[in-house]
Design a protein around this ligand. Structure first.
Ligand code: ATP
Ligand code: ZN
Length: 597
């Protein structure tokens, strides 16, 4: 018997599409902000066979937007709780939940192949890249999505038909010159980067952690680096004094007094900028508590007074020092890593960055603001996730209809407008998706590397092979070279002997620079009939001809670059691929962008 929801879905989607929806198997990667919305949407729109994977447990800070979770679920696995909550929307849906990392090797290409489609609901580049590569190798359609504040996007990735996640280069994160952070901060962010990437990691972490500081070889910078190494040595002494009664005072005197006095002695530095003012521990200590009071409002949103920052500095430094010492009792090289959700770390970074701001006459910030700046956080907004999760379902319908090439990318832009942009063709220079892939079934115990070379790599293109030339071929298993003309020792070894397993992808390259070929190795089924110890399952696609469609698109754009009318469309292409953090966002709204109904 069909339920009300089911008959409604059939009416909306039509019988055929609904049947496809009901028969498809979907992998949902991530059960966070977008993932929760999406899992709910999937079961409500008729998807019945779903696997959801997430590595994390529920944090209290997730509850404001991840509506499948409630207070009593805190610390439980996201995937399992999401499954239980979503099932209540549609008890007939079959959901398998996995608490795990999608990057684990057990989630092989073969494993990905069981799905009709994969839906990403992730929050980091690394995992997105991995799923992109797996879906390309397994030739499964992927819907990629992301949100950032009020902005969001969703689009389909399909091997050979669309751009992949890595077709466009992603910009590197913002860096700051060492001297600005170390000596001449002029904005709150400079003080926060100093507190988080320098002070915190020097005291409690790995001193190499200064990833935000740019390596700069200018003369001014050389001096800075020299001062940096001297100060690092001094800090080491303090680090060793962790646990002593005057630990907080030692840290304070060094970073807010002697370091600042040393900076002041470099007079030329302050010719054209306001000189810093050192702080005095004893004066602050003796000052009556809070003569001035901090601003009103929620605790996290108050801007603390100098005295309050001072007290918080002492308190949080001792809390962290105690934790650091305890960790070292069990593991001698233990460190504390900065985490925006760690209250002690956030108290410390807020207080120490604000004290530094006082020294340099820079406005101070509330804990809330420091947290978003230190954690690089743009607040996650439930409604943005909900809109994007809805659009992901539309993309999923697009995949089932076979409408991939013409399926646009959808962006939620500032002003809450949904805009569309044509999905690009694969970038011919992308080394993630432009390789040519074929699956080869092999008997790992008897097939040799020579078999692969003869029966696949040298096999003429007309017969489905790669048609390569023996002397020019090299074969790699990941970064391990297993064959080239000067390294042919393993050629008579069986695949098992050279540790190749089902799921391995061999990359075959040829000197002449023609496109690489990826061979996905699979085992024969136990009782499978076969004539040989190796079977090429699909013809290897021919190399893409130059001047293909993508080049054509690029050429047209290049041509138009001179013309006035082109500026707009060129700009559109550029802004569309700007990436902030992990999410591509569209900053601008162009008139020639198509509005959705
Ligand atoms: N490699 C991975 N394998 C499985 N799940 C992953 C992987 N990387 C990230 N995730 C999951 O993807 C989800 C992304 O959701 P979201 O962006 O809402 O992040 P969050 O961690 O819930 O929130 P926030 O980062 O804002 O505190 C998270 O639940 C995270 O655990
Ligand atoms: Zn690509």
């Amino acid at each position: 018997m069909t339920s009300n929801r089911e008959s409604y879905n059939i009416r909306v989607l039509g019988k055929d599409l609904y049947a496809q929806v009901a028969n498809s198997k979907v992998l949902l990667v991530g059960a966070g902000g977008i993932g929760c919305e999406l899992l709910k949407n999937l079961v409500m729109s008729g998807f019945k066979d779903i696997v959801v994977i997430d590595l994390d447990t529920i944090d209290i800070s997730n509850l404001n937007r991840q509506f499948l979770f409630q207070r009593q679920h805190v610390k439980k696995a996201k995937a399992h709780v999401a499954k239980e909550s979503a099932k209540r929307f549609n008890p007939s849906a079959k959901i398998e939940s996995i608490q795990g990392n999608i990057k684990d090797s057990q989630y092989s290409i073969q494993w990905f192949k069981q799905f009709t489609m994969v839906l990403n609901a992730l929050d980091n580049l690394d995992a997105r890249r991995h799923v992109n590569a797996m879906c390309l190798a397994a030739d499964v359609s992927l819907v990629e999505s992301g949100t950032q504040g009020y902005l969001g996007q969703a689009y389909i990735i399909k091997k050979g038909e669309t751009e992949c996640f890595d077709c466009q280069p992603k910009p590197t994160p913002t860096t700051y010159p060492v001297c600005t952070i170390r000596s001449t901060p002029s904005a709150p962010i400079h003080c926060i980067v100093w507190a988080k990437s320098f002070l915190f990691s020097q005291l409690f972490g790995n001193s190499e952690d200064e990833e935000a500081l740019e390596a700069d070889t200018s003369e001014e910078n050389a001096k800075e680096l020299e001062a940096l190494s001297r100060e690092t040595a001094e800090l080491k002494l303090i680090k060793d004094a962790v646990g002593s009664a005057d630990y907080a005072k030692m840290v304070f005197d060094k970073v807010y007094k002697s370091d600042i006095e040393r900076l002041l002695s470099m007079k030329s530095m302050w010719k054209n900028r306001a000189a810093p003012t050192p702080l005095d521990y004893d004066t602050l200590e003796s000052e009556a508590a809070a003569a001035e009071t901090s601003t009103q409002g929620l605790v996290d949103q108050k801007v603390w007074t100098l005295k309050e920052n001072f007290e918080m500095f002492k308190d949080s430094a001792i809390r962290l020092a105690t934790r650091y010492l305890n960790e070292r009792l069990t593991q001698s090289d233990a460190i504390l890593s900065f985490d925006k959700d760690d209250e002690d770390a956030m108290d410390f970074v807020t207080a120490t960055s604000n004290l530094r701001a006082y020294v340099f006459g820079i406005p101070t910030k509330s804990l809330f603001d420091v947290k978003s700046m230190a954690g690089n956080i743009i607040p996650a907004i439930a409604t943005t996730n909900a809109v994007i999760a809805g659009i992901v379902i539309m993309k999923a319908y697009g995949i089932l209809r076979g409408d991939i090439k013409n399926n646009n990318r959808t962006y939620l832009t500032s002003g809450s407008r949904l805009v569309q942009e044509a999905n690009g063709n694969p970038n011919p220079n992308c080394n993630v998706c432009r390789s040519r892939t074929a699956t080869v079934k092999v008997d790992f115990d008897t097939a040799t590397l020579r078999d692969i070379i003869q029966k696949v790599i040298l096999l003429p293109q007309e017969q489905g092979g790669a048609g390569m030339v023996e002397d020019e071929v090299a074969i790699l298993d990941g970064s391990r070279m297993i064959y080239d003309v000067d390294f042919d020792e393993s050629v008579e070894s069986t695949l098992k002997e050279i540790s190749l397993k089902p799921g391995t992808i061999l990359r075959v390259t040829q000197d002449d620079g023609s496109e690489d070929v990826d061979l996905v190795l699979e085992a024969f089924d136990t009782n499978e009939d076969r004539d040989d110890n190796l079977q090429l399952m699909n013809a290897i696609p021919k190399p893409v001809e130059a001047n293909n469609e993508t080049d054509e698109r690029k050429r047209k754009l290049d041509e138009k670059e001179d013309g006035e009318s082109s500026q707009k469309s060129l700009k559109k292409v550029k802004v569309a691929h700007q990436v902030v953090d992990d999410v591509v966002i569209l900053e601008d709204e162009d008139e020639d962008i198509v509005l959705l109904d």
